[in-house]
Design a protein around this ligand. Structure first.
Ligand code: PLP
Length: 392
């Protein structure tokens, strides 16, 4: 058996089979490339589902993380740390929010957002205004509350009873939104670009309708930017592409460059809602994760970094639109969905793996979430492989 197969067997013998996995055991990575146990190299257009935002083992990021591990790896949230203070300050300044709660994952960030929205409304209006509108085809996480928020029936199986208080509106259907946005609703939760749902950007007029109607009724807007945030769309937050800023924004995935972290950002209206004892997380705001987050922020804040993300996104779009098998390219920035004319996304992902390219899928589309730092030559090399497979 190859090293790859030995690892896969040991893994499958002991780790529960809750994922459909590709038969590849990743050993190490450097920059935008990774290597499996057999020594085969891959160009990575998935970056751990948008998580390794600076690629693999970025030097400055790794230095910052290692230095923090050797200084203070963890303390409880009963005490303060300079690194969490520094990260919170910079994150709030960069994103334009007044407060943040740190957890360890996207689902946790969304749990926090749901709690804040409900308590905001309860504090101000009392009981009965607890419903949250989410969108059909959304994805908000795997915990019971975030599964309940997720507007896809396939996720509403087995684990009954789900949480009450979510109302699903069809994306881009303003009439549906108007009909359901009644006085039982405390928040509307959206992804500007639905990621798992198929890399579909919301329409500007629908986003405008949400913000305008919510402002009229003091209903909060929650932007789930777990996939779209932290530079992925060429702006720090995807909302900037729509000229909008939600009351609450959740981040995770790429926020700490591959370390577990989630953040729930709140504007002035919401940052006083959580009071001592109302929410918490043992690992939340862990110093090592914060050090990783600071390294990511420093890079994103360097002159021209985000413009370069948009420039590279244009290269992808241009190259793919030339391909005869491509029916359309969706998404914003380096969050790319590729609709195919005749082929199946899953088959493309498998064949890409064979040829040394990692890509993702979302519904019936091939999905690309390359590291934000991907270099032009690697981007072109990866695209060449992909286009070859598509055109066969
Ligand atoms: C990935 C994702 C989540 C869940 O994040 P986890 O870290 O897996 O809990 C929630 N919302 C969106 C939009 C996501 O892409």
């Amino acid at each position: 058996m190859s090293s790859n197969d030995i690892t896969i067997k040991k893994f499958d013998d002991h780790v529960v089979h809750s994922y459909g996995r590709y038969p590849m055991a990743m050993k190490k990575g450097q920059g935008r490339r990774c290597v499996d146990e057999n020594g085969k190299e891959y160009i990575d257009f998935g970056s751990g589902i948008g998580t390794n935002s600076l690629g693999y083992c970025d030097e400055k990021w790794a230095d910052a993380v290692c230095a923090q591990v050797r200084t203070l790896q963890h303390n409880s949230n009963y005490y303060y740390t300079d690194v969490q203070a520094e990260f919170a300050e910079k994150l709030c300044a960069t994103a334009g929010y007044s407060g943040v709660f740190f957890g360890n994952s996207g689902a946790e960030a969304n749990e926090c957002a749901i709690k804040v929205a409900r308590k905001y409304s309860f504090d101000k209006y009392g009981k009965g205004r607890h419903n949250i509108i989410t969108l059909v085809n959304s994805f908000h996480g795997r915990t019971i509350a975030t599964l309940s928020a997720t507007g896809q029936d396939v996720f509403h199986n087995y684990f009954f009873p789900f949480l009450e208080g979510f109302i699903y509106v069809t994306a881009n259907d303003i009439e549906d939104l108007k009909a359901k946005l009644d006085d039982t609703v405390c928040a509307v939760m959206i992804e500007y670009v639905q990621g798992e749902g198929g890399v579909n950007a919301l329409q500007q007029d629908f986003v405008d309708a949400i913000f305008d109607l919510c402002a009229e009724k003091d209903v909060l807007v929650i932007a789930d930017e777990i996939q779209t945030g932290v530079g992925r769309t060429g702006k720090f937050l995807a909302g900037e592409n729509f000229g909008r800023k939600a009351d609450i924004t959740t981040l995770a995935k790429g926020i700490a460059g591959g370390l577990p972290m989630g953040a729930c950002l709140m504007n002035e209206k919401c940052s006083g809602v959580l009071t001592p004892g109302t929410h918490g997380s043992t690992f939340g705001g862990n110093p090592v994760a914060c050090a990783g987050g600071l390294a990511v922020l420093d890079r994103l804040n360097t002159e021209g970094f985000l413009d370069d993300v948009s420039r590279k996104a244009d290269i992808i779009k241009t190259e793919l639109e030339k391909c005869s098998e491509v029916a359309g390219v969706s998404g914003i920035g380096l969050m790319v969905g590729i609709s195919l004319k005749t082929k199946k996304a899953g088959d493309i992902a498998k064949e890409a793996l064979n040829r040394g390219l990692l890509v993702l899928t979302a519904k019936e589309k091939v999905r690309l979430l390359p590291p934000l730092t991907i270099a032009d030559d690697e981007l072109r090399e990866g695209l060449k492989i992909l286009v070859e497979i598509l055109e066969e």
